[in-house]
Write a protein that binds this ligand. Structure first.
Ligand SMILES: [Zn+2]
Length: 216
């Protein structure tokens, strides 16, 4: 099992030495996911039902809060037919310093590494996430080849109970996915997901909204 998936951020090194521009050293900075993850779910594990898949996603969110290892969000990417887990994600924004490291992004990036393809559409793949995708994850989803989205807590829940700003998600966000062939089902085990959101706020979890939003 490889749950210590490496995820990349381009880092430009343009230091000059002796008046001569050094060759740019473009590298990928790895994001190491929390060690406890392997106690919750493994790549290759079979999660036969949609309820099992969502339960794992919510358990990841709840464990995040308990461990203090990031935002209260979890996600898994599974083959819809076999139930094979091909991607696992928890929010790593604060731990990695990477604003895009939402659970969904991390989960499908791992799936793309697992399948060695940017396009997961070669097989029927579903994303199970403890909360409705924010505007960033909603937008990113279109380019993944994921065919089904199942979420638990709603955007309103995330904003009301955990205090995050989810961005300008359009009112017809679900229709836009459906028009591209993505099926959507929401509010699956919603009340369980809300518990993690509430606990995160009660424990004083960091709200990593953009500074422009904080100042507005
Ligand atoms: Zn997101």
């Amino acid at each position: 099992m490889d749950i210590d998936g490496n995820f990349g951020i381009l880092v430009f090194n343009t230091q000059q030495r002796g008046g001569e521009m050094q060759k740019q050293n473009l590298c990928l900075t790895s994001v190491r996911l929390p060690a406890w993850l392997e106690q919750e779910v493994a790549l290759g594990q079979i999660l036969a039902t949609e309820e099992e898949r969502m339960t794992v996603a919510i358990n990841l969110a709840a464990r995040q809060v308990k461990e203090g290892s990031g935002g209260p969000f979890g996600a898994v990417v599974c083959n819809l037919d076999s139930g094979e887990v091909i991607g696992i994600g928890v929010n790593q924004v604060t731990a990695s310093g990477w604003s895009a490291a939402h659970a969904e992004f991390v989960a499908w990036t791992m799936a793309q590494e697992t399948r060695r393809s940017y396009d997961l559409g070669a097989e029927p793949v579903g994303l199970y996430t403890s909360a409705q995708p924010c505007v960033s994850c909603w937008g990113g989803l279109f380019w993944t080849g994921i065919a089904r989205l199942v979420y638990a807590a709603t955007k309103h829940d995330v904003e009301q109970y955990a205090g995050f700003d989810e961005g300008p998600v359009p009112a017809d966000w679900q229709d836009a996915l459906v028009q591209r062939g993505v099926t959507v089902q929401g509010s699956v085990l919603r009340s369980e997901a809300i518990l993690a959101l509430k606990e995160y706020r009660q424990l004083g979890g960091e709200q990593y909204n953009a500074s422009l939003l904080k100042n507005s």
